[in-house]
Design a protein around this ligand. Structure first.
Ligand code: HPA
Length: 269
């Protein structure tokens, strides 16, 4: 496994013309930000040795090396979801490669259902912590030399980056929530009872991504920051039917606010 990671990293290093220290996963709601990147090099996942290939609707699938906010960045356009059938090792493979490339900070975005009754569709939630409710931990198995056997998860999401996001949001007059993100394996959205259960467990939002990537990034000592777009609501008196289209629509509407915060964070960090 580690050999494959190193080989992919070496293959990419031989082609890279920049030295990014920040990576961003352009999940649901950050596709637009890809357009703002001054691209130096775009490599489809299909061309990268050992890289998984993304399948889900609305996710393209390429690595972008370029500049955003005057900084070198590495962007993943399209991510790998556990529900697509990938193993946890495949889902998190790009993060391990990023570490080998010298990435120190990881920014992620996702779409999530709000379980906090105060939330509204279109809200942005700065992720302060996470709950792994996926059936597996991506670190299961032989420990890779990138980090310790039993990594601390006390600050899964970096407090300084959260504070920076708050400052930027305030300056720009963008309202953000703070909350806990819980990941399920999907691909079903939750039953009303599941939404209620997750709310009682302390989750403010629930989605199907991000948690494995953040676990592996923390294993490697990469600082993490994430924002969820609340695209639908559960755990409320009235639970409405959730469709993929509703999720895409709410994410598209919130996209400019998310991109404004993320873009400025890259410029300042
Ligand atoms: N549940 C799980 N994943 C999601 C949801 C949800 O309600 N909304 C967007 N992704």
């Amino acid at each position: 496994m580690y050999k494959r990671i190193s080989e992919t990293a070496e293959w990419l290093k031989a082609r890279m013309t920049t030295k990014p220290e920040t990576a961003i996963i352009l999940g649901t709601g950050l596709g637009e930000l890809a357009k703002e990147i001054e691209k130096e090099l775009v490599i489809p996942y299909t061309e990268i040795p050992a890289f998984p290939v993304s399948t889900v609707e609305g996710h393209a699938g390429c690595l972008i090396f370029g500049k955003l906010g005057g900084k070198d960045i590495l962007a993943m356009e399209g991510r790998f979801h556990y529900y697509e059938g990938y193993s946890m090792q495949e889902v998190t493979f790009p993060i391990r490669v990023m570490y080998e490339l010298g990435i120190k900070t990881l920014l992620v975005s996702n779409a999530a259902g709000g379980t906090n009754p105060d939330y509204r569709i279109g809200d942005l939630m700065v992720i302060t912590d996470q709950i792994n409710f996926m059936p597996e931990n991506p670190l299961r198995g032989r420990n890779l030399p990138q980090g310790p056997r039993f990594p601390d998860m006390g600050h899964a999401y970096d407090p300084d980056l959260i504070a920076l996001a708050d400052t930027i949001a305030q300056e720009k007059g963008i309202e953000v929530r703070h909350g806990v993100y819980l990941a399920t394996q999907g691909p079903t959205y939750e039953t009303p009872s599941e939404y209620r259960m997750f709310a009682r467990w302390g989750a403010d939002a629930v989605g199907m991504s991000t948690v494995p990537e953040v676990i592996v990034a923390r294993h490697c000592g990469i600082r993490c920051f994430g924002i969820s777009i609340i695209t639908d609501l559960g755990g409320h008196e009235q639970i409405t039917k959730v469709t993929h289209e509703d999720v895409q629509k709410a994410a598209a509407e919130a996209q400019p606010r998310m991109a404004a915060i993320m873009g400025e964070m890259i410029a300042r960090s």
